[in-house]
Every structure is written in structure tokens, then in C-alpha cells.
Design a protein around this ligand. Structure first.
Ligand code: IMP
Length: 200
């Protein structure tokens, strides 16, 4: 069975990947499970660049003769009233060790006085996938929402408690994991990538 190595150590992401890619007749492994240990320098200016950097770094670290499909994602939050920040810096914004409670409160504070129609934001996820010597495929998924006025909800992670979905009258932190996966940027990007791989 062909191996699919996904560049993540995040168990939540892996669960989502297994749920969506599980029927593709591939053995899905993390980098660690595949025995790969490399430092990845995410210095791209876009989500696409970073996802491609991750795939290329891992492909270069694969042992001779290993023809696995390598997949990686890069994601983040774009807030229109903040010139699309934090964007590719979402994890590092205000410092990697700063709690999301503080980051979320800062975004709400920065948007003080911004009317509801200008509070638009989106989570973006780009997935890159490639094999040694072959072209790298890229797929993108987005979920549109608005920045709320306070944190709401206990599910999810990161910026979820302030990411409000007007159609559902809830933040993504108030959705169950299944509800979020069905509409999320990562779910959408994974489904788009699956289609591309099935067409090959
Ligand atoms: P990465 O793609 O794992 O590097 O994620 C980048 C960062 O974007 C995360 O650390 C979060 O700050 C943010 N982010 C990405 N996806 C989500 C999401 O689904 N909910 C909340 N925050 C997210």
C-alpha cells in the first residue's frame, strides 16, 4: 500500500485527514511515524509557499527508494480590518507563547468601533502534496466569517472563539468537531486535494 506522509504532529489535524483521506487506499502516517525528523523553516510569504516548503523539505529527507506521497498544510486567519493580519504569522502573532485568550482579546480590541459589515475575516488553509521527481499539487480551502465582540465556545483551538459564523449564529468554537470539519478551511482544502489526487 502506498504511504501518505502528512507533515504534522497535531493529533487533531491527523484525525481530520484520516476521516477525509481514509478511503484512498493509502497508509496515512505522521512524519514521526514515518521516522522522519527534519527542521522545517517556514519562511514563505504566503500559505502556498509555506506548504510547498514543508513538502519539499520532507521529500528531500526521504530515504533512497522511498516513493511516498508527502502532504503538508499551512493555515491561518485573515482579518480584513487588520490588512489580512495575522495571516501566515497566525501561530507566531504576538509571540508563539502568548495565549490565544490574549491574542483573541487583542484582535477584539483592535476592532473596537469597527462596524459589523467591516468585521469580515476568513480561515485559509493551503495543502501541498508531492512525490519525488513529480510536480507538486496545491489545493486551497477557505471559510468566511466575522470577528465577534468576545470569546465564545470551548471547542476547537486558536482563534476559533472569536470566529463567528453569521449563518450558524455560532463561533467555530461552538461547533462540534464533526460540524467544523464539514465546513472548515482544512476540510475544504483536504476535499479539494483528494479530488485532484483522484483525477491523476
Ligand atoms: P498551522 O497551519 O498549524 O501552522 O496553523 C497556523 C495557525 O493558524 C494556528 O496556530 C492558529 O493560530 C491559526 N488557525 C489555523 N486554523 C485554525 C482553526 O481552525 N481555528 C483556529 N485557529 C486556526
Amino acid at each position: 500500500m502506498k504511504k501518505l506522509i502528512f507533515a504534522t504532529g497535531n493529533p487533531g489535524k491527523l484525525k481530520e485527514i484520516r476521516a477525509i483521506m481514509g478511503d484512498m487506499d493509502m497508509e496515512i502516517l505522521t512524519m514521526k511515524e514515518a521516522g522522519i525528523n527534519v527542521d522545517i523553516v517556514e519562511d514563505g510569504k504566503t500559505f502556498e509557499e509555506n506548504a510547498i516548503i514543508k513538502v519539499k523539505t520532507i521529500l528531500a529527507a526521504l530515504p533512497e527508494g522511498e516513493d511516498a506521497l508527502v502532504m503538508a498544510d499551512d493555515s491561518g486567519l485573515e482579518v480584513d480590518a487588520m490588512d489580512k493580519a495575522p495571516g501566515v504569522y497566525s501561530a507566531r502573532w504576538m509571540g508563539e507563547d502568548t495565549s490565544y485568550r490574549i491574542k483573541n482579546m487583542k484582535i477584539v480590541e483592535l476592532l473596537e468601533g469597527v462596524p459589523v459589515e467591516k468585521r469580515t475575516a476568513r480561515f485559509v488553509c493551503t495543502i501541498a502534496a508531492g512525490e519525488k521527481g513529480k510536480e507538486i499539487l496545491v489545493a486551497r480551502g477557505v471559510i468566511e466569517g466575522k470577528i465577534g465582540y468576545e470569546e465564545r465556545g470551548e471547542n476547537g483551538f486558536g482563534y476559533d472563539p472569536i470566529f463567528y459564523l453569521p449563518d450558524m449564529s455560532r463561533t467555530t468554537a461552538e461547533l462540534s468537531p464533526e460540524e467544523k470539519n464539514a465546513i472548515s478551511h482544512r476540510g475544504n482544502a483536504l476535499r479539494a486535494m483528494k479530488k485532484k489526487l483522484q483525477k491523476k
